[in-house]
Design a protein around this ligand. Structure first.
Ligand code: GLA
Length: 387
């Protein structure tokens, strides 16, 4: 074989190898490419969740326009579990007569369904956990048509190595062959964000349980600064679910949660009763410009760029080169908050638009200042250069 021919052969092998890899990558679209969006039963219903409640929420998700806005996952939290049979298979309790039929109902509406368990023998609510039954449970979930598992540490705490326990369920889910989003819930213990993706986690809680008050929400949300390097397509930090619409915060405070969660590329899991949403709640959960920040394909988590007492500026880089910016006021009186364009990596002049009101403002030089209500936010998009 002459030299030319050998080179041609080598080239051919390289080309075949590259195209096989490309095809593999295309088939292998990662789960949770953008932060998962959906609804979870816990914040509003706790143990009052039932088949009837879940069906009603799925219907409301479609009817209200939440589905059209991007909310997809209908998530059953704790309190669905019944007993194991003689062979060790888990069965739902009497409130869930037929889990497969419920999954079919949710799927028929173009939505996905999630369930909950624990690596320990018991869940936080004292129901049956998956300890010693990981593979059997993963197979059961897959057979029911489950698309998402929240796996909550609870009684496993102190029993052994968390990484091993979460890895066991991660492997069991993979073995089913069904794409199942894996949500770790261990409240950020042992700095979970450092290893959660390595055990197959698509998202992981970074904190304890959220409460429907400004203090807890702000502590968790603003506390995410520094975790941005652990987030990206397929794997996200989760400061816990939304409380928007549950009644414990003012409209400005809920707007702060929604804005901050979107700047953080956090999962957007509504926790209110979707069947009874006042228009203001629905509008807050479904603003397309705000949601687009969360779902931006770059998948970068935002960070704090400046802080002066109660006033904070946060920035999230977006795929089109522009920046989403949150001007936050954590204090008790309205205050002006300024973003300096250089501090967010832009030049001297930039076009600013208001994301909540969906209006273009103007081109500004060097900085932009807005008056921000107490416990509130002004959320803007900032684009380099004049309009
Ligand atoms: C823990 C979790 C909550 C919820 C409850 C259910 O507290 O952090 O999100 O799942 O358990 O018991």
């Amino acid at each position: 074989m002459n030299g030319k021919c050998r080179w041609f052969q080598v080239l051919l092998v390289v080309l075949i190898f590259m195209s096989a890899n490309l095809m593999g990558a295309a088939q292998d679209t990662p789960l949770a490419r953008t932060p998962p969006m959906g609804w979870n039963s816990w914040n509003h219903f706790a143990c009052e969740v039932s088949d009837r409640v879940v069906r009603a929420q799925a219907d409301a998700m479609v009817r209200s326009g939440m589905k059209a806005a991007g909310y997809t996952y209908v998530l059953i939290d704790d309190c669905w579990e019944g007993q194991r049979d003689a062979e060790g298979y888990i069965h739902p309790n009497a409130k869930f007569p037929n889990m497969k039929a419920l999954a079919d109902y949710v799927h028929a509406r173009g939505l996905k369904i999630g369930i909950y368990s624990s690596p320990g023998p018991k869940t936080c609510g004292g129901y049956e956990g998956s300890y010693g039954h990981e593979e059997r449970d993963a197979q059961t979930y897959a057979a029911w048509g489950i698309d998402y598992l929240k796996y909550d540490l609870c009684s496993y705490d102190g029993m052994g190595d968390q990484i091993v326990a979460y890895g066991k369920m991660g492997d069991a889910l993979k073995k089913t062959g069904r794409p199942i989003v894996y949500a770790l819930c261990q409240y950020g213990m042992e700095r979970g964000w450092r290893w959660a993706a390595s055990v197959g986690g698509n998202l992981w809680r970074t904190d304890d349980d959220i409460r429907d008050n400004y203090y807890t929400m702000a502590q968790f949300g603003f506390g995410q600064n520094g975790l941005e390097k652990y987030a990206g397509p397929g794997h996200w930090n989760d400061p816990d679910m939304l409380e928007v619409g549950n009644g414990g915060m003012t409209e400005d405070e809920y707007r702060t949660q929604m804005s901050l969660w979107c700047l953080l590329a956090a999962p957007l899991i509504a926790g209110n009763d979707l069947t009874r949403m006042p228009p203001a709640t629905l509008a807050m959960l479904t603003n397309p410009d705000v949601i687009a920040v969360d779902q931006d394909p770059l998948g970068a988590q935002g960070r704090r760029v400046s802080q002066e007492g109660d006033l904070e500026v946060w920035m999230k880089p977006l795929a089109d080169g522009s920046k989403a910016v949150g001007l936050f006021n954590r204090g008790w009186g309205a205050m002006p908050v300024t973003v300096d364009f250089r501090s967010i990596g832009l030049g001297d002049s930039a076009a600013v638009s208001d994301l909540w009101s969906r209006t273009d403002l103007d081109t500004f030089k060097q900085e932009y200042t807005a008056t921000v209500p107490p416990h509130g936010v002004v959320m803007i998009n900032v684009k380099s250069g004049a309009k």
